[in-house]
Design a protein around this ligand. Structure first.
Ligand code: PXG
Length: 440
């Protein structure tokens, strides 16, 4: 296989979350994408088993979204977001508010999931202060959580490798226990039965710090980056109850679970638990243009709308908040999701996807398979003394055979575009199964 890349200019780019030296020694470059497939630098078609990075839910280069972006950038490229507006941002927010469950109706725009998380955490602290509870500044995350790479998101995050280089991070942060337990829940299909009581960890944190010091709890309703951890039956409900009991805001980080991944518009709808805020990004624009959002429930917005009308209520925002081209991409993506019924399609395909995933159980190294909607985590035993190596080798071998998978630690995470068909599901799992048997 010809893996050659333009060596002359490959050194300058410092790649994110990448082993730079390893990558640059054997680069994997993609040069085009359409529908379910990437095209590699060496001209091969690569089946996308990961929707890019959990984000291209409608598949790549959807003509409707491409056209909306093309049209918008030529007509109105940029408008200042502060004290000025343009129709697209208002329309995108209204469309998103209408799609979100309950009264999650007020929408603040950012450019990424990380910015959405830091925005939500700031809103939570400010909200309590405006209501006279200025001592509520503590933020609670969860072990193994991933909330992006801002200082707020890193602080509430619970993946040690993402934290340890960066010092003490934010003060006043605590973490719930994670919900991963192979002893009770290995090879669960959908929500595991065991583990709702892990939410009681929040009561212990409240007992330790006192509720009057706690602003918010943030969790991924289904933890993605850490290796697909599906919430146990009753767990999210219990978190909601405890937050209500103590006046703590509950934030769902739906950067991955939003826009159909679980077979519903959002995890909040899927699990029928209404958080006080949700953070979004990725599928919001089908990843065509960077954009994130925070949606808050009506009373939170109203708490800010109380001072002098000429005062800026929230001194926070980004140069590119509500960017015209991103807003156009978001509106087009929401149109596509709706008109092509992609969330329903994901729900319809989920049982087939589940069966195909669990068929890998007899393959070498597999110690767990877990799934929900169109996502599955396949956990391998780590090679002794070499954690993550085995999964990484499977990733490289799959790529060589024309299938893009994603690994985190020794777990393989698959989250294809929602347009995938049954034959492509067979190819995805068939290739992975063969590869697992060849990896040592
Ligand atoms: N929250 C969650 C739940 C995420 O999954 C972010 C926030 C941050 O979003 P931005 O747009 O700032 O990257 C994410 C991002 C992986 C992987 O391998 C997942 C993400 C990013 C990079 C890698 O699973 N999710």
């Amino acid at each position: 296989m010809d893996n050659s890349a333009p060596r002359n200019d490959i050194e300058t780019y410092w790649m994110p979350f990448t082993a730079n030296r390893q990558f640059k020694a054997a680069p994997r470059l993609l040069v085009a994408a359409q529908g379910m497939y990437y095209t590699s630098y060496d001209g091969r078609k690569i089946l996308d088993g990961t929707a890019g990075l959990w984000c291209c839910n409608a598949g790549h280069a959807h003509p409707r979204i491409v056209e909306a972006v093309r049209d918008q950038v030529a007509r109105l490229d940029y408008v200042p977001g502060f004290q000025m507006g343009h129709p697209g941002a208002f329309e995108a927010a209204a469309r998103l508010g209408a799609l979100l469950p309950g009264d999650l109706d007020r929408v603040f725009f950012t450019n990424s999931g990380s910015e959405s998380v830091d925005t939500a955490l700031k809103i939570a602290i400010a909200y309590h202060r405006l209501r006279g509870e200025a001592a509520r500044t503590r933020l609670i995350g969860r072990e193994r959580g991933y909330h992006g790479v801002g200082f707020g998101g890193t602080s509430v995050g619970g993946i040690v490798g993402n934290r340890k280089l960066f010092g003490t991070l934010l003060p006043g942060v605590d973490h719930l226990p994670h919900t991963h337990d192979l002893e009770h829940n290995a090879f669960s299909r959908g929500q595991p039965q065991w583990g709702a009581q892990l939410a009681d960890g929040l009561e212990r944190i409240v007992a330790l710090h006192d509720a009057s010091t706690i602003a918010a709890v943030i969790v991924e309703p289904m933890a993605g980056s850490t290796g697909v951890l599906v919430p146990p039956v009753g767990y999210l409900e219990r978190l909601r109850t405890i937050c209500d009991r103590h006046g703590i805001l509950l934030i769902f980080d739906e950067v991955i679970t939003g826009f159909g991944r679980l077979g519903s518009s959002f995890a909040a709808e899927h699990f029928r638990v209404l958080p006080d805020m949700v953070t979004l990004a990725k599928g919001l624009t089908n990843a065509t243009i960077p954009m994130g959002a925070v949606a808050v429930r009506e009373p939170i917005y109203q708490a800010f709308m109380t001072g002098a009308p000429e005062a800026i209520e929230l001194p926070h925002g980004y140069t590119y908040s509500g960017h015209p081209v991103a807003a156009a991409a978001a509106i087009a993506a929401l149109d596509v999701y709706d008109e092509e019924g992609l969330f329903e399609r994901a729900a319809r395909l989920a049982p087939y996807f589940e069966t195909a995933a669990h068929a890998l159980r007899p393959r070498r190294h597999v110690i767990d398979i877990r799934n929900i909607g169109l996502v599955t985590g396949i956990e391998l035993t780590p090679r002794p003394g070499e954690p993550t190596r085995r999964a990484y080798e499977a990733f490289v071998k799959c790529y060589e055979r024309g299938v893009l998978i994603r690994t985190t630690g020794d777990t393989i995470a698959l989250s294809p575009p929602l347009i995938i068909n049954e034959q492509q599901i067979d190819t995805l799992f068939g290739t992975l199964g063969e590869v697992l048997d060849t990896v040592n």
